[in-house]
Design a protein around this ligand. Structure first.
Ligand code: ZN
Ligand code: ZN
Length: 338
């Protein structure tokens, strides 16, 4: 087994406690457990969930923490029972880093709802570092057509976006609220499947609206605007509860409104008439490995432009700040190998 290079330490960006900047530190390279692989990270996406963790909107689970659950890298070592990958294989590490494998949810294929899950970059250290250990059973082989930087955003924005998209069934007119990393991937998937995409951004964000049109949206406008057509379904990627009644008001009877984020501000009360007509409001939680296999098979078939915006590992605080401020389109990706 090739030993990791140098002195057994690596650079990592550590979150000591919420609402403090991440701290660049040199820490020991993790030892892979029996079912784990050790991955040398080349690229790791920055997800809105990382912002919720860094800002304390999700309660801390460990300290210090290495965030990052869109990690791409190469297997450099593995535990005795880890057999899915070989040394040198490229893998992706997603948000679902492990599940108990025996609760009622795990036993019925709903491991995304596991009672005692282990999330990457939250319960266990993730990819804001030069190396990460991950349970091989929850990692993915990645479609060859994407290089590491372009593959990273597929691991959460793509994958959980796809799970949310799958919940909209055969809806033809699809509204996307919040046009960030997940929406821009799903807009392309929806368009390639012959659907009409309506993109709703924060009011006045004409740059994101233009970006949505470039990716094939038939309409793009402010989230405060009425949709030009009644929507068959909507996915809310922005963490704003006020968008739930807004999206319901934009839909036709029988429509589903999917809340795709892990955190959302309170949903204001709204008239029952908005829900009437067999409309459905639901959330989407996490991912299953089956979601990943389905999504990556699709991503190999169609060309998804993930529009990464690259940052060096030590620029993670700037990447988070710019994501918070909505300063770029596409997806921020850290490059720990730089
Ligand atoms: Zn379970
Ligand atoms: Zn994520």
């Amino acid at each position: 087994m090739p030993a990791p290079a140098h002195d057994g330490t690596m650079r990592a960006m550590l979150l000591d406690r919420p609402n403090e900047p991440l701290r660049l530190a040199r820490v020991p390279i993790p030892e892979p457990g029996p079912e784990e692989i050790l991955i040398r990270i080349s690229a790791c996406g920055v997800c809105r969930t990382d912002l919720h963790i860094a800002d304390g909107e999700l309660a801390p689970h460990r300290s210090p923490l290495v965030m990052g659950h869109e990690a791409v890298g190469v297997v450099v070592d593995q535990g005795a029972q880890a057999r899915r990958f070989a040394i040198g294989d490229r893998v992706g590490v997603p948000w679902l880093g492990g599940s108990c494998r025996h609760c009622a949810y795990c036993a019925t294929g709903h491991e995304n709802l596991c009672d005692t899950p282990s999330f990457t970059g939250y319960d266990r250290d993730g990819g804001y570092a030069e190396y990460a250990a991950a349970d091989a059973r929850y990692c993915f082989a990645l479609p060859a057509r994407y290089d590491d930087v372009h593959a990273a955003p597929l691991l959460c924005a793509g994958l959980i976006g796809y799970r949310a998209y799958a919940m909209t069934g055969d809806a033809h007119r699809l509204g996307l609220y919040g046009f960030g990393a997940a929406a821009h991937i799903i807009a392309q998937v929806a368009r390639q499947q012959g659907k009409e995409v309506y993109a709703f951004t924060r009011p006045g964000d004409t740059r994101s609206q233009q970006f949505a049109r470039e990716l094939g949206a038939v309409w793009a406008g402010d989230s405060t605007q009425a949709a030009p057509q009644a929507l068959d379904a909507a996915i809310i990627f922005a963490p704003l509860g006020a968008l739930v009644p807004a999206a319901l008001a934009a839909t036709c009877k029988g429509a589903t409104v999917v809340c795709a984020g892990i955190h959302m501000s309170d949903i204001p009360s709204f008239p029952y008439a908005l829900l009437w007509g067999e409309r459905i409001v639901r959330s989407v939680a996490n991912l299953t490995r089956a979601d990943g296999e389905a999504f990556f098979a699709l991503a190999q078939e169609i060309d998804i432009q993930t529009t990464p915006v690259a940052f060096a590992l030590e620029e993670a605080n700037r990447a988070l700040a710019e994501l918070r401020a909505g300063q770029f389109d596409g997806a921020a990706v850290l490059l720990p190998g730089m």
